[in-house]
Structure formats: C-alpha cells, structure tokens
Design a protein around this ligand. Structure first.
Ligand code: SF4
Length: 233
C-alpha cells in the first residue's frame, strides 16, 4: 500500500469507527487483520486493553519490549496478568546485544543520551517485533498528557497502521474498568507511579501533575521514540 492509499484507509477507519466501542472495534480488527498485534508496556493502565483482547482471542500476539531497564515489578505484573487473563501469546523482545555492546556497554547511556538509549533499547527491538505486522494496537490516550491531546483513533505509523482503541477514554473510565472487571493493579501504582516505563527514567507523579510527567522528568523528552513516526491523518 502506498502512502496515499494508506492515508485514505486511515481516514476511512477514523470515520467509520468514530462512535464504535473499544471491544467492538477490536473484534472487527481481529476478524479483518490476521497480523493484529498489541504492544503493551504492562504498565499502570495496561490491563484494560489486555483484558479486552483476552475476551476476543487469547492468542492475539502481545509484545513486551524488555529494555533491560524495566522495574522487576513490571515483569512480575506481566506474569500476574498472563495467568489472570489466560494470555497465550506474550512475546518478549530484547535489545540487540551488538548495539548494546557498541552504544551502551556500561548500561549508563540513559544518563547522557536518552534518545540513543531509547533507540537501542526500545525502537529497534519494536521494529523487529513488528516486522510481519501491518497493524498494531497501542494504549495511548488523550488525557495522559498535553502532547497526546490531539491523538486520533487510527494513525499512520510509517508503513503500518496504529490503532489507539482507548484514545478517548478518561482516567475515570479506566479506573472504573479496573474495578468492574476486578483487574489487578500494577504493584507500583499504589506508590504513585502512574505512568511506568524504565526505572532510571520513571518517577512518581505528584498531585496536579499530568500522568506522564514522571517520565524523563526534567527533560523535554515526552515519548520514547516508538511513536515518533506516527502521523495523525
Ligand atoms: S526510558 Fe530511559 S532507560 Fe529506558 S530505554 Fe529510554 S532512556 Fe533508556
């Protein structure tokens, strides 16, 4: 599909699914796109999408990028949700050892160059993980930060389509969904880690701050790079 065809398709999808609920949308996508893949951080709000897809097909691929800098609680939470939701196809992708050896041999690149660190630990592994996929699901929502307030349901992501089924959900809807469906929380949420990535680049969120303000605190950086190619069509 060339860029114009992709753009037309994404425009159509945004119009067509504008008022369709997340579960219905995901059911349709699962039926239409055999390579549909969920990318999950197994973070503070991740259980909603994982629960939704578990109701459709527990074999939908779920990708976790294990950067080597994740909290141990995140890896434990992944195991908890795998059992709780019966997920059968969690795939873990890790950084390329050659790139780590070349660019981060001491494991401290995040201190001097977060973009390079995110590239070798997140972007490159995700590109490998999505090599045979033409559509992937992300958990981003408008309410999470100023930089996400213009997100659309469907986006062009380089040569793929990216879908954000929860884009218009509010924090209250997320919290209610957890309660109604008895979903376990990430163990760090109770300590006010409200957006959870790698441990060197994640801090607690204070009252009144937006949910992603604890990520790369003190830097202009707001995204790790895996969403850098997205075009809001
Ligand atoms: S979030 Fe921090 S530690 Fe993780 S890959 Fe990016 S810069 Fe490196």
């Amino acid at each position: 599909m060339n860029y114009m065809e992709m753009s037309d398709r994404v425009y159509f999808l945004n119009q067509h699914y504008e008022k369709v609920g997340a579960l219905e949308l995901l059911k349709d996508l699962e039926a239409s796109f055999p390579s549909l893949t969920l990318v999950s951080s197994f973070g503070a709000e991740s259980a909603v999408l994982l629960h939704l897809i578990s109701q459709i097909n527990t074999k939908i691929p779920v990708i976790l990028i294990e950067t080597g800098k994740l909290f141990k609680q995140t890896l434990e939470y992944k195991n908890t949700l795998k059992i709780h939701l019966g997920l059968k196809n969690i795939q873990i992708f890790k950084p390329n050892p050659e790139l780590i050896g070349k660019h981060d041999p001491t494991g401290n690149t995040h201190v001097r160059n977060t973009n390079l660190c995110c590239y070798i630990r997140k972007v490159e592994p995700l590109e490998r993980a999505l090599m045979n996929t033409n559509i992937w699901i992300s958990g981003r929502k408008k309410f999470q930060s100023e930089s996400r307030k213009n997100l659309l349901l469907f986006e062009i992501d380089d040569t793929r389509i990216k879908v954000n089924p929860l884009v218009n959900w509010t924090k209250e809807q997320i919290d209610s969904y957890y309660k109604e469906n008895n979903l376990p929380e990430h163990p760090l949420v109770k300590n006010n880690y409200l957006s959870i990535g790698c441990f060197p680049c994640t801090t607690v969120v204070k009252s009144g701050e937006d949910l992603r303000s604890g990520r790369w605190r003190g830097q202009e950086k707001t995204e790790c790079g895996i969403h850098a190619n997205s075009i809001y069509s």
